[in-house]
Design a protein around this ligand. Sequence first.
Ligand SMILES: Cc1cc2nc3c(=O)[nH]c(=O)nc-3n(C[C@H](O)[C@H](O)[C@H](O)COP(=O)(O)OP(=O)(O)OC[C@H]3O[C@@H](n4cnc5c(N)ncnc54)[C@H](O)[C@@H]3O)c2cc1C
Length: 463
Amino acid sequence: MSTLHYEVAVIGGGPAGVAAAIAAGRAGAKTVLVEPQSYLGGAGTASLVGPWMTNYHRDTQVIRGIFQDIVDELVTYEGSPGTLKCPYDNKDETKGTGGHITPFDPEILKFVYNRLVQEAGCELKLNAYVDGVESEGGRIRAVGLRTKSSVSRLEADVFVDATGDGDVAVAAGARYEQGRASDGLTQPVSALFKMSYVDLDAFIDYTLAHKDEFVWISYPIVPAGLPAHFADRMVCLSGFNRLVAEGLSSGELELGRERITLFSDFIKGDVLFNATRINRIDGTNNDQLIRAEIELRKQVISLAAFARKRLPGFSRASLSGAAARAGVRETRRIIGDYMLTQDDVRHGRQFADGIAKGCFPIDIHSPHDQTNVWVEIDNAYDIPYRCLLPAGLDNVLLAGRNISASHEAMASTRVQSHCMAMGQAAGIAAALAAGGERSTRAVNVKELQRQLRSQRAIVAGDL
Ligand SMILES: Cc1cc2nc3c(=O)[nH]c(=O)nc-3n(C[C@H](O)[C@H](O)[C@H](O)COP(=O)(O)OP(=O)(O)OC[C@H]3O[C@@H](n4cnc5c(N)ncnc54)[C@H](O)[C@@H]3O)c2cc1C
């Protein structure tokens, strides 16, 4: 069996892992990025999860760095209109978006991710499965790597666990929590889907005349001068409760929610539905995931047909895409040197070792029923470096939705802009800790923050 050696191995190519790999590569480390799918992007591409939710607190940008580089590159390839402000009738409300969204085309994003990862000098191992972890004395020595044509040992000085589920850290003995403290239940899983050829003018005009049908609604501010195939009006909303109740009681509709949440896309006539839902699925259990895949597809087909019949402007719309994989909001949260709390997030707590900012409100899709909890936050908060350090492991960093955060805090940190900000920090920290047997705990946080700033990120004390 061959042995490969890198300074930094990033396992998992979602938004956190992509940013980690780009950052480590840019910091000069010999870096590999491992992803089981044939493309990068994690939930953002495989599960069609979008738009990216906010990188602003009110009108202040708090996430920039690699997130912004990716947005700029998407704009260049007509894969995004950039970040858009979402106003509400009540100026203090941001329900459903966080106040700004960045819509993107997942197909163009796959290309942009490949390009930026390769430009950073990283090696990309796609279609590659991690198969077993060799660890001793709190360090991972190697992970097994299996592809269709090879089985190898992948050694690295530092491993970044960006698997979303903390697979690597847990295999190396890390402790974790899963779900809420009261009963261990996690947020539900959902499959997003897209409909095309919607008469958006008719739809938006209807929403303007019937605002009372919506739990929340916002019309993002679309700048002038965009390409001709981009939408010049957009809407994000959640509602149609009466219509859904009628559909459910007549048997015309099969849906795990009491209302419909949708985001009209930046491509004219496309609408993204984030509306299906199943509770009590453990996203680390494949039998349960298979059940979710089958059930969610039923909901997608049912709601798309229902929308065509019952939503204004949808009579000629087609189902043009659906999540290839069920979107899993929450699984394991690894216990780190510090666990970010609900209070830290709500009250915009600042930390001297803050390596990324968060600004998304707390958005908990109920683990046991159809409701949602949405808690606005006072200010942008810091994510401390210690949340990326799994207790008991010395050459492993966490990034993305598996960092050390409580169930409630994770309901803010989990959005993709935040995952990229943490990924960027993990990537630079990994590069700083690479070279022999050094500990990720010995990384000089001031130097990490300095390098993050030099990659245009916003860190503790910058706002
Ligand atoms: C239904 C739903 C709706 C959401 N809505 C929004 C939204 O509107 N806006 C927003 O910004 N965010 C939203 N989110 C949150 C966001 O999409 C995720 O939290 C985010 O993608 C997490 O990023 P990540 O990189 O940590 O993990 P993921 O995106 O899950 O990526 C993990 C990657 O690791 C790979 N992987 C997994 N296991 C292994 C392994 N053992 N070995 C190697 N690789 C592995 C996977 O293939 C995947 O590519 C939503 C999430 C869901 C599920």
